[in-house]
Design a protein around this ligand. Structure first.
Ligand code: ADP
Ligand code: MG
Ligand code: MG
Length: 873
């Protein structure tokens, strides 16, 4: 088995597609070398060797040592120098690098191969004694710190003492003699802390450094990093051994890092930093302040031009914006690393569009590789003008529950939010937690801040649905409703005070930050046009109001996959009619109350149908337990009793009677329509009358009526009968008819398993994966916050299944349901609605199992479109 891959001299044994085996750094060093870029020669030890090392208690696999020695000879030949040869010394760096970029692993060791005799040779060859001893003392420090765990500060202390003795303040003021003395003292530090002499043998230095890189793969911080970033299934880290080039050889040398384009704006210009007369670690260590790369243009114009050409060449080769590390040794430029550069959403889209215009990539490549779904999320919401300017005004930090930035005056109740909004004020609604009764105020607010609750709390889910910024579970703030204030540390914020929240980072900021609005035209629009060319999976939206529907169409929704009817019942006078319906004791009373609701419902549907002209609209019949609509406190119950002219006792008894032990498993979904068919009748009538009226106006309406929470064919048959009888009545009354579909949500596991039977009655399925997840795992969504975070931390679950679809378990039900349903009815339309419809990984899964569409909240629509295209490419 081959464990070592060489590169250098215009050739390489590896290439850029071998990241798994050579790590990202190694694969790209090989690639750059092979296409003739100036890369110092070297070799890469594979991640398989690292895996072997860990599986065999720190032993090297058979043949590795031989291969490493051959690798060193390869470098020696190309550099025309000898490793450990005092007359013509070769020094190397030892660098870690896994398949994915992963800070937390071993730091690089530079200048390896130096010892007491080599340092003299180095001084002679370069004619620069000071440089040679500077390299030596840096090596002892780095080797001691990185490889042997002798903390850097022990060396620093000795250095500081020496500078004091010599009466100088800068390292650079120490002359060769002083540095010689420093080397002696550093070795003594090394001996004291390790109990052994500093290794003079270059190969011993090398082997130890290689082992230290292997070890670092399983260091605590590396393990922690992989955990946090959900990096799994990698073999280990590769080790790169590479000839040193020196940026610290004087004024014609230097080192730097740069992006081939501006990673914040996407502007096509080199962007980065540069330090003259310095070695790699100086740039990051912050010892000296680096210069902007544009200044390099002044001091080293030819080299700058060369760097620009190399940047261009790298982009042409990698078809992506690059993040590169380089060093200049006495006027010669070397590239030491390249990788795809991280960038903001704005930059990602601009770079993608520019690269297509420049002819660097075709639209297909741009869609597949240059923009991530998460990038679009940043683009669709208002942002702060500056993401850094406010850092000293951050007074708290919560969960980034719904992205975007919002600015407003603080209010503490939903009613106040609505009232202030009505006066034209901008408000941030601050609550300990929110509940369905707060939705009006939540809608009126610019943003929502809660002190309790997680990523799937009511506030978080509702806010994401609307694309409204939300910071949830901000434990840093203590809310006092009675005084209408909240406290954050020693800051007290009163009602009416201005705050800003960043829903993308979870920051809560004192005062009014400047915002910039998102732009859906220009680059974004062009990019999304390309996206749709490569997409076969449909994308619909979940929308309950005409406003949401319009927004979603703007974002490219091709229909409504889920229109919940219950939200409509909370607004204004409707809640009264709704409560009257629930409190009714006879069928007649109930019908009378429903008749009051009918015009409201019809009006809602007219508005939505109009916005969605020519596109399918799936409307779900009433779903939540009725209890949710009733007032729960004494005062409100009294008010309601008064309004309806009934004794408060009746209200209280009814509220009591409707209480359930497990409301989510209780009297809800189609169980409501079955026990009270008149509800289904009213809703069907509202839908079809609205549709017929718009048809009269020449609007193309395509209603789809969806029955929730079905578990048996008989349930759906029952509801279908009610719907069809009502339809016949409405059509007869109006003397007109319209096509519509009847289908069901698949959210009870039994329905997925018996999908073949259910499809006999259903013309479409929509997987309600929120409830399906809840019922498959048996986790109550509203209570899972107590244990899910712990489950994820303990790796009992990989992810929160309410955020990302559990493909293994719940996904199986989706697959089975789809297959069995289509067996009975090949034309069955199948979609998914619920939070997962906008999660890129879940979208890819839906594509794989052959769904017709996904449906998600309006603000996730562009994200789902891109994820769907990328799944197809
Ligand atoms: P990281 O993964 O932390 O970026 P690297 O292995 O890229 O670590 O090394 C950090 C820096 O060390 C490089 O950017 C470069 O400046 C310097 N360096 C590494 N290898 C060499 C080398 N062979 N010659 C000169 N400088 C090097
Ligand atoms: Mg690097
Ligand atoms: Mg449901």
């Amino acid at each position: 088995k081959k464990y070592v891959y060489r590169f250098g001299g215009g050739q390489a044994e590896g290439n850029k597609d071998m990241r798994e085996l050579l790590g990202g750094k190694g694969a790209n060093l090989a690639e750059m070398s092979a296409i003739g870029l100036p890369v110092p020669p070297g070799f890469t030890i594979t991640t398989e060797a690292c895996a072997y090392y860990h599986e065999h208690n720190g032993k090297w696999p058979e043949g590795l040592e031989e291969e490493v020695r051959a690798g060193v000879r390869h470098i020696e030949q190309l550099m025309e120098a000898g490793f450990g040869d005092p007359n013509n010394p070769l020094l190397v760096s030892v660098r870690s690098g896994a398949a994915l970029s992963m800070p937390g692993m071993m730091d690089t060791v530079l200048n390896l191969g130096i010892n007491d005799r080599v340092v003299e040779g180095l001084a002679r060859r370069t004619g620069n004694e000071r440089f040679a001893y500077d390299a030596y003392r840096r090596f002892i420090d780095m080797f001691g710190d990185v490889v042997m765990g002798v903390h850097h500060e022990h060396f620093e202390a000795v250095l500081a003492a020496l500078k004091k003795e010599k009466g100088v303040s800068e390292d650079t003021e120490l002359d060769a003699e002083a540095l010689k003395e420093l080397v002696r003292r550093y070795k003594e530090v090394y001996r004291q802390h390790t109990g052994s002499l500093f290794p003079e043998d270059p190969y011993e230095q090398l082997y130890r450094a290689i082992n230290a890189v292997f070890e670092s793969w399983n260091s605590e911080r590396a393990i922690k990093y992989r955990q946090i970033h959900k990096i799994r299934g990698l073999l280990g880290t590769a080790v790169n051994v590479q000839a040193m080039v020196f940026g610290n050889m004087g004024e014609r040398s230097g080192t730097g890092v740069c992006f081939t384009r501006n990673p914040a704006t996407g502007e096509n210009e080199l962007y980065g930093e540069f330090l003259i007369n310095a070695q790699g670690e100086d740039v990051v260590a912050g010892i000296r302040t680096p210069k902007s790369i544009s200044e390099m243009k002044q001091v080293m114009p030819e080299l700058y031009e060369q760097l620009v050409r190399l940047a261009r060449q790298l982009e042409e080769h990698y078809k992506n914006m690059q993040d590169i590390e380089f060093t200049v040794q006495e006027g010669r430029l070397f590239i030491l690393q390249t990788r795809n550069g991280k960038r903001t959403g704005v930059a990602a889209v601009k770079i993608a569009v520019d690269m297509v215009d420049e002819g660097l990539v075709d639209p297909k490549t741009a869609v597949r590789d240059l923009v991530e779904p998460a990038h679009l999320d940043q683009l669709l919401h208002p942002r702060f003008k500056s993401e850094t300017a406010y850092k000293d005004r951050v007074i708290g930090r919560g969960l980034p529950a719904s992205p975007g930035a919002a600015v407003g005056q603080v209010v503490f109740t939903a009613e106040d939010a609505e009232a202030w909004r009505a006066q034209g004020k901008r408000v941030i609604l601050v609550r300990i937690e929110t509940s369905p009764e707060d939705v009006g105020g939540m809608h009126a607010a610019e943003g929502i801040l809660t002190s309790r609750g997680g990523m799937t709390s009511h506030a978080a889910v509702v806010a994401r649905g609307w694309g409204k910024p939300c910071v949830a579970g901000c434990g840093d703030i203590v809310i006092d409703y009675s005084t209408k204030t909240f406290r954050a540390g020693n800051v007290v914020v009163k009602e009416g005070d201005w705050i800003s929240i960043n829903g993308s980072t979870g920051e809560v900021i004192l005062g009014q930050e400047a915002l910039v609005e998102p732009s859906l035209s220009g680059d974004f629009a062009r990019f999304m046009e390309w996206v749709d060319q490569f997409r076969t999976l449909g994308v619909r939206t979940n929308a309950d109001t005409p406003q949401d529907a319009r927004k979603a169409v703007e974002f490219g929704a091709e229909g409504i996959g889920l229109c919940r009817t219950e939200h409509m019942f909370f607004e204004g006078d409707r809640i009264l009619a709704m409560r009257e319906m629930i409190l009714a004791t006879t069928l007649e009373e109930r019908r009378a109350a429903l008749a009051k609701l009918l015009p409201y419902q019809k009006e809602d549907f007219r508005g939505i149908f109009r916005e969605m002209a020519g596109k399918p609209v799936t409307i779900r019949l009433l779903d939540p337990p009725l209890h949710e609509f009733l007032p729960h406190d004494e005062k409100e119950q009294q008010e309601l009793a008064q309004q309806l002219g009934i004794p408060v006792e009746t209200v209280r008894t009814k509220v009591e009677a409707l209480k359930e032990f497990n409301p989510m498993l209780g009297h809800r979904g189609c169980r409501l329509g079955i026990t009270y068919p008149e509800i289904t009748e009213m809703q069907t009538r509202a839908i079809l009358e609205a549709a017929l009226e718009l048809k009269q106006e020449g609007v193309d309406v395509r209603p789809e009526i969806m029955v929730p929470l079905v578990g048996t064919r008989e349930e759906l048959e029952h509801q279908r009968r009610v719907i069809e009888e009502t339809a016949q009545k409405v059509f007869a009354e109006k003397g007109d008819r319209i096509d519509f579909l009847v289908g069901t949500m698949i959210e009870v596991p039994r329905a997925a398993l018996l999908a073949d039977q259910i499809a006999e009655v259903a013309e479409f399925f929509s997987f309600g994966t929120n409830d399906l997840t809840q019922l498959t795992f048996g986790y109550s969504r509203d209570d899972a916050g107590k244990f899910l975070p712990y489950y994820v931390e303990q790796k009992i679950l990989k992810d929160d299944p309410f955020q990302t679809l559990d493909q293994e378990g719940v996904g199986q039900l989706v697959q089975i349901g789809t297959e069995r349903g289509r067996k009975t009815r090949p034309s069955l339309k199948v979609g998914i609605c619920g939070e997962h419809g906008g999660d890129p990984a879940s979208v890819a899964f839906c594509y794989k199992v052959g769904l017709d569409y996904v449906s998600c909240s309006p603000f996730r629509v562009p994200i789902a479109r891109l994820a769907a295209a990328q799944a197809h490419l």
